[in-house]
Design a protein around this ligand. Structure first.
Ligand code: IMP
Length: 202
């Protein structure tokens, strides 16, 4: 089904056809890439931890709310023992602009000695991951890896080593769907699409 055919009307935006400029990655492309990432990550943890995998399985940590859909699919593509948790952050930026970051919900599991895989929806300036890596390293994580669905390069301000990336976004487009929102809308789209610039509030 194309974006234009999706039967979803958004109050204030009209139909999706009005807000979505184009689909960047459709459901099939995303599911294929997530399966590849899950298999690769599982192999890497098996190689890293060997027989210790069962005693101290990786802690897969979603950065909510944007990573909620990606986390659910990625975990199910990793055929190894694992635990999951989430953190929730709040950025004071409005709409599509990044701002100061506050931790709204910390891990429910102690990070000390854990092999943590951070799961992020999209890396933009890099400030969110920089904040979170410092936070988790200070709590004694044994290892820290990052898996991002989308690496949006043009606005990067902080260099962040990304271990696993689903898709590269070379342009400065604001994208929605598959968990990603604009003003809390569009998270439930099964694909990732660029919004028309005029759909973004000034
Ligand atoms: P950063 O701290 O600038 O890297 O921003 C990362 C966070 O900003 C992501 O977790 C998203 O919540 C949000 N974000 C950045 N770019 C986009 C986008 O194109 N669409 C939706 N959310 C975005």
């Amino acid at each position: 089904m194309s974006a234009a055919e999706t039967p979803l009307a958004e109050p204030g935006w009209g139909s999706l056809e009005d807000a979505v400029a184009r689909v960047l990655w459709d459901e099939e492309a995303i599911q294929k890439r997530v399966r590849e990432l899950g298999a690769q990550i599982a192999r890497d943890y098996q190689a890293l931890l060997g027989s210790a995998l069962g005693e101290n399985p990786p802690l897969v940590v979603g950065i909510f709310r944007g990573a909620i859909v990606f986390l659910a699919d990625l975990m199910r593509a990793m055929p190894i023992p694992l635990e999951c948790d989430y953190v929730q952050l709040y950025s004071y930026g409005k709409g599509s602009e990044a701002g100061e970051i506050q931790l709204l919900r910390d891990l429910g599991t102690p990070a000390q000695g854990r092999h943590i895989l951070l799961v992020e929806d999209i890396v933009d300036t890099g400030q969110t991951l920089h904040f979170l890596c410092e936070h988790l390293e200070a709590r004694g994580a044994a290892s820290l890896k990052i898996c991002a669905l989308i690496d949006k390069k043009p606005r990067r301000r902080v260099k962040i080593p990304l271990d696993y990336v689903g898709f590269l976004l070379e342009e400065d487009a604001f994208v929605v769907g598959y968990g990603l929102d604009y003003a809390e809308r569009f998270r439930n789209l099964p694909y990732v699409a660029a919004l028309k610039p005029e759909a973004l509030a000034p």
